[in-house]
Design a protein around this ligand. Sequence first.
Ligand code: SAH
Length: 349
Amino acid sequence: MTMTNYEIIQKLAKKHNAEKEEFIRLLTSADEADFELLGRLARKLTLKIYGNKIFIRGLIEISSYCKNDCLYCGIRRSNKNAVRYRLDKEQILQCCNKGYKLGFRTFVMQGGEDKFFTDDYLCDVIKEIKKRYPDCAVTLSLGERGEESFKRLYAAGADRYLLRHETADNEHYKKLHPQSMSLANRKKCLFDLKKIGYQTGAGFMVGSPYQTAQTLCEDLLFLKELNPQMCGIGPFIPHHDTPFADKSKGSTRLTLMLLSIVRLLLPNVLLPATTALATAQANGHKEGVLHGANVIMPNLSPLEHRKDYSLYDNKISTGDEAAESVEHLKKSMKSVGYEVVTDRGDYKS
Ligand code: SAH
């Protein structure tokens, strides 16, 4: 006997799992009532585990140079129009100094895969951040590296690593990435990171070209298998200088639904209401939180470089997305019953 969507959602909320066919059913046929129920149960579960606290992370975009050529990404190597910059140690530390004063206790260094950032250079930066701000967590989001590199960065003090798997379906992965990249290596990196001891983040875009309910289902099953501490989910937004310039953008409703499903699947996961969601929908942060998210990652990069870390068109870095506006973000979260806290915001196991 096939289950109704209502029954699938209840099962997901109780057992934190579902069968492949059930996920696909939910993804393809959820109506407004199902969507609301998912959101309500996800929010309730987040409140039970993390309370009404919203963790903030200061996002420092350290380099727009990238050796990769991901078809969706505005800073892909082939994009000759991309303005390239990188921050040096001093500039990164200045961002941390500013962020610390604003109440950030996690600094995320994200960037393209830039050869400039050798293990030696990064270890030096990480050690200095940890020395100056021993009460802060350091998160890296610098793409694929070797296991030895991950080990060295962890030994230097890095606490977390974000590496979205992008899609857990092999054929789909090949359509989004150049020949030189593979899902197998992406997955290997993620398992290595977890094994080393990082709080590890996976994730994917919603509505990326060629994505289907089947590939999304693979994403959910992979997440359950990996059991990451964090998961980044945002809508795909085209960038005009990429091969996907003419593809349509991902649905924010489906993004919110997937945030709720991932919350129910991985109850303790740290789940951001992403910049892409806030770019695609004016009240994206609030909506994300109301559907199970509990993390927001405002932009702490030097103001003069923000426009150049252009992953997709119209990527916002002002308003509640700017670290400088954290007071406004606090008010905005308070208006829906949540409190932005000054805290490392570690994973609760
Ligand atoms: N080089 C690092 C950081 C990538 S940027 C890495 O490989 O992990 C962070 C995330 O932005 C990516 O993982 C991707 O999922 C997302 N992103 C890139 N282009 C995008 C687009 N056009 N629309 C929405 N999200 C995008």
